[in-house]
Ligand binder design. Structure first.
Ligand SMILES: Cc1ncc(COP(=O)(O)O)c(C=O)c1O
Length: 454
């Protein structure tokens, strides 16, 4: 039909069930090329209902009582706890021309990024860069440290602690699972008592930010408890918070710290970072558990030559170099402070809307906030749908929390205005699904927090 992508759909919105007038406008010629009347509920209206999914549009206008609303189909607010939005300069860095993966330029790039990652991870060890998603790094932490017949403790505060147990079970290691109620952090006394019950554990696996509930576990104190009461290695999943929260791997006595690219690191998915203590290297060198792609010794040997054992994901590493520059420009302390502010603003806004936070202020993560909707008389999926209609994406619950909670991601390329936008969108969407809400109340509470910080 229309060859140009420069088209907009104009929609005159009435009350639900009223007639909607849809005009497709050719923006080049500024002509109305089609007009149609439909009886629809405006809230459920998508232009694709009228035009078909295969028609590409630049956006659409909505007219309602003389006010013009405009929605761009390519502009949306990604507020899930990863993948997260990418800063424009990082996007540009990733577009650099491809280079030979064994060239000097590639080696300089890899060495530079690995060296600068030390500051973010809080370590003097040489961070390793894997071309794979975060779970590969969790698996690397398992297969490199445990030998057949070994026992290990896993602290399970949600889906990602549970994932560690699945990996361990798949390799037939003996798992001692310390289950903490979802929505709460593990405390030192509980872990200490558990360590005493399982003195043969060779490693303790824990999750720094449990993304599924929005809990930040006190890994510094938990690691100290492990060091005080056992010789077990301490392996920490920092996938959804490292780069946004304090992280002092060496000082806290963490043996293996793993993280990934698509969360606080503001990159697309596809890179995992792993740092290993001297104590853990000794165990890894003796470990007979078979492994190939995830053999950390080969990554260390190749990193000694400023390269990787397999083809590095060079475009992502170009982006990583720019991310590290952005971290340095803002200053890591300021990055951490910004995330604290985003957490406080989000929590204040959610509370002011009369919604229930899933975590306490102390346990809540600076990177993701979960809202408990299990006792509401409205459906959380209706809210998510209403938000998606105004191009705002928040996450739902995982496993048994599906349909019970929603989660707002606020890490990485996120600032106070993004939180105000998200809260404002939540107010609007609640209103659209007929939940009584005072428009502006959440935004106001968050702004008040913001003003106290400047
Ligand atoms: C805490 C945590 N660990 C591990 C993972 C798994 O990472 P990936 O999906 O990149 O494999 C995620 C992803 O959401 C996560 O949030």
């Amino acid at each position: 039909m229309w060859s140009t992508p420069e088209r907009f759909v104009e929609i005159e919105v009435g009350k639900p069930g009223y007639t909607v007038i849809i005009q497709v406008i050719d923006l080049l010629r500024l002509l109305c090329v089609s007009e149609q009347q439909m009886r629809v509920a405006p809230r459920t209206f998508r232009p694709s209902l009228f035009l078909g999914e295969d028609v590409k549009m630049k956006g659409f206008f909505i007219y309602h009582k003389g006010v013009i609303y405009m929605t761009f189909t390519e502009k949306f607010h990604l507020r899930i706890p990863g993948p997260t939005p990418i800063p424009p300069s990082v996007g540009r860095a990733m577009q650099q021309a491809m280079i030979g993966h064994r060239s000097q330029a590639a080696s300089q790039l890899i060495r530079d990024c690995s060296d600068r990652l030390k500051m973010v991870l809080g370590t003097q060890q040489q961070p390793l860069i894997l071309a794979s998603s975060g779970t590969s790094a969790l698996e690397a932490g398992v297969v490199n440290t445990l030998s057949p017949g070994d026992e290990a403790i896993v602290v399970v505060t949600g889906v990602f602690g549970d994932r560690f147990t699945k990996i361990l079970n798949r390799y037939n290691f003996t798992v001692h699972r310390l289950d903490i109620p979802w929505g709460q952090a593990c405390d030192v006394d509980t872990l200490t008592a558990f360590l005493k019950q399982h003195p043969k554990a060779k490693a303790v696996f824990m999750t720094y930010c449990e993304t599924s509930t929005g809990v930040l576990n006190p890994v510094d104190a938990l690691a100290k408890a492990v060091r005080d009461h056992s010789d077990a290695l301490i392996i920490v999943d920092g996938v959804s918070c490292v780069g946004a929260v304090p992280c002092q791997m060496d000082e806290w006595g963490i043996d293996i710290l793993v993280t990934g690219s698509q969360k606080a690191f503001m990159l697309p998915p596809g890179l995992a970072f792993v740092a290993v203590s001297d104590r853990a290297w000794k165990v890894i060198e003796q470990n007979e558990q078979p492994r190939f792609y995830l053999d950390l010794i080969s990554y260390r040997n190749q990193m000694d030559k400023s390269t990787t054992p397999f083809t590095p994901a060079l475009s992502l590493i170009f982006g990583l170099q720019e991310v590290l520059r952005l971290f340095e420009e803002e200053g890591m302390e300021n990055v951490i402070r910004r995330h604290e502010l985003l957490k406080e603003m989000t929590r204040a806004g959610v509370r002011a809307l009369g919604l229930t936070l899933m975590t306490s202020d102390e346990d809540g993560s600076p990177t993701v906030t979960s809202i408990d909707c299990k006792d509401t008389d409205w459906n959380v999926e209706d809210l998510r749908k209403a938000l998606s209609q105004i191009n705002v994406v928040v996450a739902g619950g995982q496993q048994h929390l599906k349909g019970q909670i929603f989660r707002i991601g606020h890490m990485g390329y996120c600032d106070p205005l993004d939180i105000l936008t998200t809260l404002s969108a939540i107010e609007f969407a609640l209103n659209q699904i007929d939940v009584p809400v005072e428009l502006g109340a959440g935004v106001k509470a968050a702004q008040e927090v913001w003003t106290q910080h400047v």
